[in-house]
Design a protein around this ligand. Structure first.
Ligand code: FAS
Ligand code: PHB
Length: 391
């Protein structure tokens, strides 16, 4: 097969990139390891920065987002078993965010890709990326037992944390940075009315988060030990623990019900540098992972795709590589800012196994300062809302 850009991975990053390139008349072929249904069955992110909303609108997938997404002007924070305050992102950062599930977003992206006749090859195996130091790289793979190859001009690894793209870089080139956290997030979906606001909660029993997908679909999380499995957590145990962690005036608003999805995600901070080598580019989780506390994972994938699609369009339309040559440094500036912010929110809101009483009090003192200080809230808001894309 022959195309201009070969994309490995048809998650949000790969499918959004293919769509933006198509809209600019640039051909791509996407290869995806899983089935289409498997990708669509994933329950992951739920919060979109306004910059990401605008990229999705520009890609032509904004209709259901605008119709069904829930726009928020800020978020709640609870701590100390009794304190609850609202961080007003609209006031402090002149921005808002949208609660819209990644699952629905992926459906919207695949629908637009089908309508655009963009080629996605599902259920591929043994992906191998070749000749990335030349102007004629290729992606070899097998599909239903048949060996295939895509000859192209650029390869983009949108293959997530476990994908092969970054290891196609020479060992001496790739630098990785990693921090793992000594706990996970147990998340559930329930067909119950969610709270009006998102509420992040620091409690002596551990972190909790109240979020949402639509007026009849709630998303809740509790911090749990890494060694736990979902089998250790009946619905009753989850709801009991969740309401114990929130202050009473929040807890009594929570409407419980049977879970329709339950999963545990490990937390890590990870960055791979550079995000470009020769004709190979990395975007999304292929290059970085953040703990979901700052709601940055999906939003970083979108900002990488925004920068890379702009660069590839400039290459093909204007025949120059100003943005291609600056992609890695530009994307990594935003990545490291979000990795730091996600680490800060995770450190502030979670109970670490080695924490003693003074650590709990230090967290509560910082949260009390955040509650009392407009400038502290402004600093949090401009990062939670998402820093502007660089020109
Ligand atoms: P993805 O991992 O979504 O997509 C990569 C794609 O590449 C996958 O479809 C995979 O099957 C495919 N692939 C991998 N190896 C391949 C190979 N060898 N050949 C072909 N294809 C291959 N972010 C938030 O903001 N909030 C959250 O609450 C949140 N929760 C999460 C929970 C979990 C369990 C996980 C794993 C992530 C979560 N994230 C969350 C982050 C998540 O939303 C990612 O940021 C987002 O999916 C990034 O999109 P992609 O970069 O496209 O990577
Ligand atoms: C979610 O709704 O899944 C969600 C919201 C905010 C976060 C993380 C996850 O910080």
């Amino acid at each position: 097969m022959l195309t201009q850009v070969a994309i490995v991975g048809a998650g949000p990053a790969g499918s959004l990139l293919a769509l933006l390139l198509h809209n600019a008349g640039i051909e791509s072929i996407v290869v995806e390891r899983q089935t289409r249904q498997h990708v669509l069955s994933r329950v992951r992110a739920g919060v979109l920065e306004w910059g990401a909303v605008e990229v999705f609108r520009r890609a032509g997938v904004g209709a259901r987002l605008d119709a069904e997404g829930h726009v928020h002007s800020g978020t709640g924070i609870a701590f100390g078993g009794e304190h609850v305050f609202f961080v007003d992102i609209e006031r402090h950062a002149n921005s808002r965010f949208m609660a819209y599930g990644q699952t629905m977003l992926q459906e919207d992206l695949y629908l637009a890709i089908d309508q655009a006749n963009v080629q996605i090859e599902f259920e591929v195996d043994h992906v191998a990326i070749h000749d990335i130091t030349t102007a004629a790289p290729s992606v070899a793979f097998t599909q239903h037992g048949e060996s295939k190859r895509i000859d192209c001009q650029f390869v983009v690894g949108c293959d997530g944390f476990h994908g092969p793209a970054k290891s196609a870089m020479p060992a001496g080139v790739l630098r990785t940075y990693e921090k793992t956290y000594p706990f996970g997030w147990l998340g559930i979906l329930s067909e119950t009315p969610p709270l009006e606001q998102l509420v992040y909660c620091n409690s002596e029993r551990g972190f909790a988060l109240a979020s949402q997908r639509n007026p009849m679909l709630s998303r809740y999380y509790v911090q749990c030990p890494l060694e736990d499995s979902v089998d250790d957590w009946s619905d009753d145990r989850f709801w009991h623990e969740l309401v114990l962690r929130f202050p009473d005036r929040i807890a009594k608003q929570i409407i419980t019900g049977p879970s329709i999805d339950k999963s545990i995600a490990p937390l890590r901070s990870f960055v791979a540098e550079p995000m470009r080598f020769g004709t190979l580019f990395l975007a999304g989780d292929a290059a970085h992972i953040v703990p979901p506390t700052g709601a940055k994972g999906l939003n970083l994938a979108v900002s990488d795709v925004h920068y890379l699609s702009r660069a590839l369009i400039q290459h093909y339309h204007d025949r120059h590589d100003h943005y291609l040559d600056r992609y890695s440094e530009m994307a990594l500036r935003r990545v490291w800012g979000s990795v730091r912010f996600s680490w800060w929110m995770t450190s502030l809101l979670h109970r670490f196994p080695d924490h003693t009483e003074i650590d709990q009090r230090l967290q509560e003192a910082e949260l009390a300062y955040l509650q009392s200080s407009d400038s502290a809230q402004a600093a949090m808001c401009e990062q939670y809302a998402g820093l502007p894309f660089e020109d």
